[in-house]
Design a protein around this ligand. Structure first.
Ligand code: SAM
Ligand code: DTB
Ligand code: SF4
Length: 316
């Protein structure tokens, strides 16, 4: 795919103007852009696994896995390589084309990193696409993951540069951007997006999407998560964003990053099927399958199959 026609110079005013459009106009524009770049009836499906759960040193206010909050989550040590590869094999049988391994780390260290590399090699050998989300990386680590056969690295900017410090204090927005640079330079596909529902305003949402769209290359995949409020975290009682504002965020992402996969990520469990269908109409074209995300609930058994059937959607 060429980069012809893609823009990397969006202004806040322009992106805010998209958010402010009448809903019907915005969805029509997003669907028009979507159809010019993708088959509108095809959805890419990934499966998540948490290879190391909980006790994370970071203080992300939304996260069930942060050691800073008493969320009641059962902590688990790093999984064995064979166990992870076996889960990937099952996910493939169930229709997932990509297997995404997540770890509750600030970044990978020592022996654990080598074990994670072996997991990537094992999953890749099954003929699946591989994705990892291990936190901050240096150049050496990014190159090592690429050599191991990693296809995608997920690292979210999560919110606007301004709102970031209200949500996380143990690292900076710039730390995230630096990791995204080494990931891109290593030749890995970039997966980067954020969360709606962190107490941010519309301008923050515009700035988050603009940060992604004005990178040297648009992320290949842009996950848009709806906050899953977790008891014990500072955001446990955060107000649920208006559903249409969430759908607008998907539509704006689709319009300003026309060739990127926009992933309807966390939060589907609490959405009606009609809301999910509107997200697909707004340009979302990938999801996570399965009953669990990393630690939180995802879809009810059989629900996605039924929804896809009734909407005439096909897995990619
Ligand atoms: N530790 C690594 C990191 O933070 O990059 C990887 C795992 S972390 C759980 C991956 C992403 O999950 C976060 O960046 C955030 O966007 C998302 N996430 C975590 N908790 C969430 C929640 N309660 N609701 C929605 N998204 C969440
Ligand atoms: C992303 O943006 N969302 C996924 C994936 N990338 C790693 C993770 C969502 C996590 C939701 C909370 C949990 O399951 O613990
Ligand atoms: Fe740790 Fe990632 Fe959760 Fe932040 S989002 S606490 S870095 S697992």
């Amino acid at each position: 795919m060429t980069d012809a026609g893609l823009r990397y110079d969006w202004t806040v005013d322009e992106v805010e103007a998209l958010f402010a459009k009448p809903f019907m106009d915005l969805i029509f524009e997003a669907q028009t852009v979507h159809r010019a770049n993708f088959d509108p009836n095809k959805i890419q499906i990934s499966r998540l696994i948490s290879i190391k759960t909980g006790s994370c040193p970071e203080d992300c206010s939304y996260c069930p896995q942060s050691a800073h909050y008493a969320t009641g989550l059962e902590k688990e040590k790093l999984m064995a390589v064979e166990e992870v590869v076996e889960s990937a094999r099952k996910a493939k049988e169930e229709g997932a084309s990509r297997f995404c391994m997540g770890a509750a780390w600030r970044g990978p260290k020592g022996e654990d990193f080598e074990v994670a590399v072996a997991m990537i090699e094992g999953v890749k050998a099954l003929g699946m696409e591989t994705c990892a989300t291990f936190g901050l990386l240096d150049k050496f680590q990014a190159n090592r993951l690429k050599e191991a056969g990693l296809d995608y690295y997920n690292h979210n900017v999560d919110t606007s540069p301004e709102h970031y410090k209200e949500v996380i204090t143990t690292r900076t927005f710039q730390d995230r951007l630096d990791t995204l640079d080494v990931v891109r330079d290593a030749g890995l596909h970039v997966c980067s997006g954020g969360i709606v529902g962190l107490g941010e305003g519309r301008t923050d949402r515009a700035k988050m999407l603009l940060t992604l769209a004005n990178m040297p290359k648009h992320p290949d995949s842009v996950p848009i998560n709806l906050l899953i409020p977790i008891a014990g975290t500072p955001l446990a009682d955060a107000e649920r964003p208006d559903s249409f504002d969430f759908i607008r965020t998907i539509a704006v992402a689709r319009i300003i990053m026309p060739k990127s996969f926009v992933r309807l990520s966390a939060g589907r469990e609490g959405m009606t099927e009609e809301m999910q269908a509107l997200c697909f109409l707004a340009g979302a074209n990938s999801i996570f399958c399965g009953e669990k995300l990393l630690t939180a609930k995802n879809a009810k058994p059989g629900q996605d199959k039924s929804l896809f059937g009734r909407l005439g959607l096909k897995p990619m």
